[in-house]
Design a protein around this ligand. Structure first.
Ligand code: ADP
Ligand code: MG
Length: 308
């Protein structure tokens, strides 16, 4: 449905997107993951025909975004990083306006009602956009992308700036949209992409560093090998108790976080599960474990992991 070949974008001397190729089959939800400055927005702006590329090719349902912009753009709904909302319009006035702007041909009332229902903004349709919360504004942005029934939805960091409850709600909406749309969604949060997407592409410094199913990626970067431990007792006694456990790569003390206990980061050798031996060794020495928790990988850790 979406095909990108050897896409490169330079801003002056700055290489923002470096020879990226990927394709997204019809109906897939693809996560576009990368830290700030990775080139996500640039790629999405090129995909939607909003920016031109320095070299490369973008095809939407077979239509080249440069040679056949009208046909290609008809198939795309875009939620940019900063949605172009008109603050002095009500929600329905704005969607009406977008409908005319896009030259949509669906039955207007039925179409817009259905969209408002899908993104759950029917109850605010007569409110001024300026008076809506950030979460509702974002949903109006999603609604505008859906006007004209495009098959492909391109969503640039749709949850940025939302509170946790709004994030859960909008993720839910996007998942549902994924049932009858091809969706490309960018994020700098791994958990988010894992929660919503079937496949994940990771970019860093404009380069594609990994492409896999969310499930496989999750496996290859799962981190049962590194965890944080809180033990009651004094540091020396605890370290002595842990000294002879096979498979521990290193133990790093983080000092006292809670009165009477010490926190540690422990990393095990690959494929070694040292949690049970640690439990036994500490129990034998009457050193209670107060907490043991797998450590979340940072995006940087993941890049190291997937590029090695
Ligand atoms: P992301 O969306 O992943 O955070 P961007 O695509 O916005 O990344 O930016 C990629 C790189 O290109 C960054 O280093 C950014 O500073 C640079 N960049 C983005 N837009 C411009 C621009 N209009 N002019 C010059 N450099 C830009
Ligand atoms: Mg961006």
């Amino acid at each position: 449905m979406v095909e990108i070949k050897n896409l490169t974008k330079k801003y002056g001397d700055k290489l923002a997107v470096d020879n990226i190729s990927f394709s997204v089959p019809k109906g897939e939800i693809l996560g576009f993951l990368g830290p700030n400055g990775a080139g996500k927005s640039t790629t999405m702006n090129i995909l939607t025909g909003y920016l031109s590329c320095t070299s490369g090719e973008v095809k939407i349902d077979g239509y080249d975004i440069l040679d056949n912009p009208i046909e290609a753009k008809k198939r795309i709904g875009y939620l940019p990083e900063h949605p172009p909302l008109y603050m002095d319009m009500t929600v329905s006035e704005y969607l009406d306006f977008v409908y005319e702007l896009k030259g949509a041909t669906e039955d207007k009332k039925e179409h817009l009602d259905k969209i408002m229902e899908a993104v759950k903004i029917t109850d605010v349709k007569d409110r001024l956009i300026s008076n809506l919360s950030k979460g509702y504004k974002q949903r109006v942005g999603l609604a505008q992308a859906m006007v004209g029934s495009p098959e492909v939805l391109i969503l640039d960091e749709p949850t940025v700036g939302l509170d946790p409850k709004q994030i859960i709600e909008i993720r839910d909406v996007i998942k549902k949209l994924g049932k009858d749309h091809t969706v490309i969604l960018s994020s700098h949060i791994l958990q988010e992409v894992n929660a919503i997407c079937e496949r994940v592409i990771i970019i860093n410094n404009g380069r594609l560093v990994a492409s896999d199913t969310a499930e496989n990626l999750g496996k290859s970067i799962s981190n049962e090998n590194k965890f944080q431990l809180r033990v009651a007792g004094d540091e020396r006694t605890i370290l002595d108790a842990l000294e002879n456990i096979a498979g521990i790569k290193y133990i790093k003390s983080l000092g006292r976080k809670e009165t009477g206990s010490i926190d540690f980061i422990i990393e095990a050798e690959p494929n070694m599960d040292v949690r049970t031996p640690i439990f036994n060794a500490l129990a034998q020495n009457s050193l209670p474990i107060l907490a043991m928790q797998a450590m979340d990988l940072s995006l940087e850790d993941i890049f190291l992991e997937v590029t090695q």
